[in-house]
Write a protein that binds this ligand. Structure first.
Ligand code: UDP
Length: 405
């Protein structure tokens, strides 16, 4: 697996770390547990990292030196060749024990892996996680270079892994992807960590008050995630005791500005005593936050999947989400939570109020959310990918597309 710009071992919920890190770690671990050895190649991003780190049996992380340790994501295109060289050298040294399939994550890894595919005649699977054309449609434009590069990688990937039918449609409609090469493999949730539990106990453990309605927002703070909308909706709620817990930190080019905007909105709306910020938490500790909440809010402008919504559901917490992207497959409107199309704070507040209206109703929604979450599991994701890798190892690698070699 190629995960150039961010490590499966890094803390998700801030900076460049989020769902993709969780995806790579959980998928690699599930593949390894199912007997498929996985090496995850990551760019060395700080001093002192071991060149190889055995995470668990058959799952290692390999750090490849390419460029200075600390680099802005925007500058990474300049070191893709050096990174690909480093991976190629490592693979060559492994001889017959080298992996037989490349699986790239995110467009930057896709570009590096595309070069490796041609250089080493290896089949290439790509998971994009997000697509520039989709982000642009949601009002979050990306450099044109990214969309062009995605198009090139999509044109030459032997399989493109989509999280759901909607992402598959985006790949076909916006990028002319070959439908035959698209494989839908939904991400999963680790039920050993994310399962229902006692709300009162969770609140006590976190030092949160009992008896007041509590909303939780988990994830990276950047405009796309819509935290500002969650804050505005909080101000519209009729019950002035309702609180909002925010777990995560600023991310990306606009992360710091977005946090400032959110803080200004909190002050302007007089909500200072009702919104609490918590630093990003280790993934396995998040279940306590989901259990403590009455509703998990996911007000994103776009979302290719939406792991947070699935994790909350697995903990029995109803989800109030935007009716966008992958979220539409993770919330059953009116049954396991609420899906709202509009972005008016009053509409979001009304949706949350309907969930909070009666404890019995909230419990019913929570049970439905748990049932829904059972449709997803990393072992199933891994099983699907295992079949893809096996198919590719007997298929002829498609002819060179003439670029990236
Ligand atoms: N996350 C975490 N700790 C935090 C905040 C977030 O482990 O403090 C994880 C969260 O559990 C989820 C991922 O980060 O698995 C975010 O994934 P999601 O698909 O919701 O959003 P993305 O980051 O991919 O945009």
């Amino acid at each position: 697996m190629i995960s150039l710009h961010t490590s499966p071992l890094a803390q998700p919920g801030e900076g460049d770390c989020g769902g993709m890190n969780v995806y790579v770690r959980e998928l690699a671990a599930s593949l390894a547990q199912g007997g498929v050895p996985v090496s995850v190649y990551v760019r060395a991003w700080r001093d002192g990292l071991p060149s190889r780190l055995q995470v668990e049996p058959h799952f290692e992380v390999v750090h490849v030196a390419a460029g200075p340790m600390s680099m802005a994501k925007e500058d990474l295109p300049g070191v893709l060749d050096a990174f690909a060289d480093g991976v190629a050298t490592d693979l060559a040294a492994r001889g017959r024990l080298a992996p037989s399939v490349l699986h790239a994550n995110y467009w930057l890894s896709g570009v590096a892996a595309h070069r490796l595919k041609h250089r080493l005649s290896m089949p290439l699977v790509t998971t994009f996680h997000t697509l520039a054309a989709v982000k642009s449609e949601a009002g979050d434009p990306e450099p044109t270079e990214r969309e062009r590069a995605e198009r090139e990688v999509i044109g030459c990937s032997d399989r493109i892994c989509a999280a759901n039918a909607l992402e598959a449609a985006h790949l076909i409609d916006l990028y002319d992807a070959d439908p035959e090469r698209i494989e839908i493999a939904a991400p999963g949730v680790d039920r050993a960590f994310f399962s229902p539990g006692d709300q009162g106990g969770a609140r006590r453990a976190l030092g949160l008050p009992s008896g007041v309605p509590l909303l939780v927002f988990v994830g990276r703070i950047q405009p796309l995630k819509g935290l500002e909308l969650a804050v505005s909706a909080l101000a519209e709620l009729r019950d002035p005791t309702t609180q909002l817990l925010v777990v995560g930190g600023p991310s990306g080019r606009e992360g710091a500005d977005e946090l400032r905007r959110v803080e200004a909105r909190i002050a302007a709306l007089g909500l200072a005593g009702r919104v609490r910020f918590v630093d990003p938490q280790p993934h396995h500790l998040l279940s306590t936050y989901y259990r403590a909440a009455d509703v998990c809010v996911v007000p994103s402008r776009s979302e290719s999947f939406g792991l947070v919504a699935l994790e909350a559901a697995a903990c029995g917490t109803p989800v109030g989400a935007s009716a966008v992207g992958g979220l539409t497959g993770l919330v059953e409107d009116g049954a396991s939570g609420r899906l709202e199309a509009g972005r008016e704070p009053a509409v979001r507040a009304a949706g949350v109020e309907r969930v909070l209206a009666a404890p019995a109703r909230r419990a019913r929604l929570g049970r439905a959310a748990v049932r829904l979450s059972h449709r997803f599991g990393w072992a199933s994701t891994a099983a699907r990918l295992r079949r893809v890798y096996a198919d590719l190892s007997v298929e002829r690698v498609p002819a060179s597309c003439g670029v990236g070699a």
